[in-house]
Design a protein around this ligand. Sequence first.
Ligand code: TMP
Length: 206
Amino acid sequence: MQGKFIVVEGLEGAGKSSVIDLIVARLKKAKINCITTREPGGTPMAEAIRECVKQPWQEQVAEETELMLMYAARKQLMVNQILPALASGQWVVGDRHDLSSQAYQGGGRQICVKTMQMLSDITLNGFKPCLTLYLDVQPEVGLERAKGRGALDRIELSGLAFFERTRQRYLELAAADKRIITIDAMQPIEQVHANVVATVENFLTC
Ligand code: TMP
């Protein structure tokens, strides 16, 4: 039987890592075999692309360059990890997926919908996660948390207005798709985790 793909999304500092740990633990409890992925990254070539997009460059990085690198990394991850795992019956828990490109490059960088759709079609051919948990956090709150973890990377240095547009696009896309569940990640962590567990339980029983 084909496995299922669950994705966790959100701005920097939204708390994705602990939520992913929680989901993996819940799947293990249900005796579901799963792997985790992260984007951009997750294969040797995609990890090299991750370094490339995050590091600062002494040249202008065109928005379309950033976009195409994100999709190049995603295609590598799809063909080498996600699709084979799902075909073998394993579940996949992803730290980011296509919704990140829609929000960061489509919303934040304001790349037009037509270009976004073309790259998404080439890379995914209509493939979509079964469930996405979007952890919603105000950019100021998330970036403050991210700063606490160390120096900010090239994307994290894009400025508050960029992250506000990114969050806005996340919220719009989540509101339009039943498979995307928005969780308020500014609540106390116990409450966030309780909402995550309830969402996963509901998905497992449906
Ligand atoms: P993170 O996984 O540590 O959050 O780092 C990934 C960074 O890349 C983060 O700033 C979000 C950004 N990103 C995009 O801009 N577009 C994408 O499609 C993906 C997957 C990530």
